[in-house]
Design a protein around this ligand. Structure first.
Ligand SMILES: C=C(OP(=O)(O)O)C(=O)O
Ligand SMILES: [Mg+2]
Length: 422
């Protein structure tokens, strides 16, 4: 296969938070056009690859991406046009080399992510494959439909309420198929809205489209979730619908203690609190239960709860192959959240996933809190056989685009793809 581009073009568009981001269009020499939208996080890990933003206060309050757009249309286009690449991985390698910084801060992780996502699509199109099929071939992985994790209550950096934990997700682990899992998420979402309204709580939404009630106690939210699951006729638990949390604890870590609903907690006190939560509620997964800077706490958390539940690293791993390798050696967590723009290229993302697979670490492919309508992560999750995906609420376009893409993939197969964690 040869990848040759006749046009490389980026434009400033909006993400779901009314902030600017990039869309990148690549045109191959054969005339095929592919496009990718770039997501953007808010509760970011300190070692994530670095976005380039304009810092011009007169445009988008200093958040514009015209500089990053200029890097794609200028330096990156110049480096890619008229050159033959053997694969999208070769394009990624050229991008990394051209940038020349460890954090992709010169050209911008946002610029590089957009080109990398589009290059993966160009390779699939050139090979006459669906994106998920092409990614599966590149990664050498068996495709599988992932269990969707629906974030239905938002707090932390994603909502203006007093809730310290950032995400409360429905995980239909017991669903027999992807379509049943999506239906379960949607049905419980409706029941939760009714429960919240009946209890006099606000049903306004956070950044990922989950409800943002004026509650501060995680246990109170969990009680409402279990009630909503039961109201919708499902079993709360791993045989039916379980719950996954992303407290995003780096956001409520204050140098040497955590603050949850006004309580000041040491690492060990927060670990105790998680243990009580796991004993009382059907919580099967906790992402970023402790802060990225609290690595000793992470080791103790993993020793205490790692054989009972999934302990997933997001801020602490940032989809970085080297950081994940070191964390695995130290016994930190047992699973990794996967976000392409944390590391900046699809190739490095696939490498992070390979390292996890080899170490027996589970993986969940993830959206960002600022999203576009691009559903790349649905194909990435299926192609790599990751087993899990999170894309926020089942009730907002940019999130639903990913669930709908999964349902299309499931529907299009003559021979059904396996569904579930595997
Ligand atoms: C999706 C998340 O949020 P953000 O994109 O703001 O990092 C997360 O923390 O998992
Ligand atoms: Mg997270």
């Amino acid at each position: 296969m040869t990848l040759r581009f006749s046009d490389v073009h980026a434009v400033e568009i909006l993400d779901s938070r009314a902030r600017p981001t990039l869309a990148v269009t690549l045109t191959t020499a054969a005339g095929t056009r592919v496009r990718a939208g770039v997501p953007s996080g808010d509760s970011t890990g300190s070692r994530e690859a670095v976005e380039v933003r304009d810092a011009d206060p007169a445009r988008f309050a200093g958040q514009g991406v015209t500089k990053a757009v200029g890097h794609v249309n200028g330096e990156i286009a110049e480096a890619l046009l008229g050159r033959d690449f053997g694969s999208a991985a070769d394009v990624d390698a050229a991008l990394v080399e051209l940038d020349g910084t460890p954090g992709k801060s010169r050209l911008g992780a946002n610029a590089i992510t957009g080109v990398s996502l589009a290059a993966a699509r160009a390779q699939a199109a050139t090979g006459g494959m669906d994106l998920w099929e092409s990614l599966s071939a590149v990664a050498g992985t068996a495709p599988r439909l992932p269990v969707p994790h629906f974030n239905v209550v938002n707090g932390g950096a994603h909502a203006a309420n007093a809730l310290d934990f950032q995400e409360f997700m429905l995980a239909p682990l017991g669903a027999p198929s992807l379509a049943d899992a999506v239906r379960a998420g949607a049905e419980v979402y409706g029941r939760l809205q009714a429960r919240l309204a009946a209890a006099g709580h606000a049903t306004g939404l956070g950044d990922e489209g989950g409800f943002a009630p004026g509650l501060d106690s995680p246990e109170e939210v969990l009680t409402l979730l279990v009630e909503a699951i039961t109201d919708a006729g499902y079993t709360a638990g791993r045989d039916g619908i379980a719950i996954a949390l992303d407290p995003a604890a780096s956001e409520f870590w204050h140098e040497d203690h955590y603050v949850v609903a006004g309580d000041h907690l040491s690492s060990d006190q927060l670990i105790d609190r998680y243990q009580q939560i796991v004993e009382r509620f059907p919580v099967w997964s906790i992402e970023d239960g402790l802060a990225e800077g609290d690595r000793d706490g992470w080791v103790r958390l993993t020793a205490r709860l790692g054989d009972r539940i999934q302990l997933m690293g997001d801020d602490i791993f940032v989809t970085d192959p080297a950081i994940i390798t070191e964390a695995i050696d130290r016994g930190i967590g047992n699973s990794a959240l996967i976000k392409v723009n944390q590391i900046g290229t699809v190739t490095e993302t696939l490498e992070a996933m390979r390292i996890c697979r080899n170490a027996g670490y589970a993986q969940m492919v993830s959206h960002r809190s600022g999203e576009t309508e691009d559903a790349f992560i649905a194909d990435l999750a299926v192609g790599t056989g990751a087993g899990q995906i999170k894309s926020g609420t089942p009730a907002r376009g940019e999130r639903v685009a990913k669930y709908n893409r999964l349902m299309d993939i499931a529907d299009e197969q003559a021979r059904p793809l396996p569904f579930g964690i595997g």
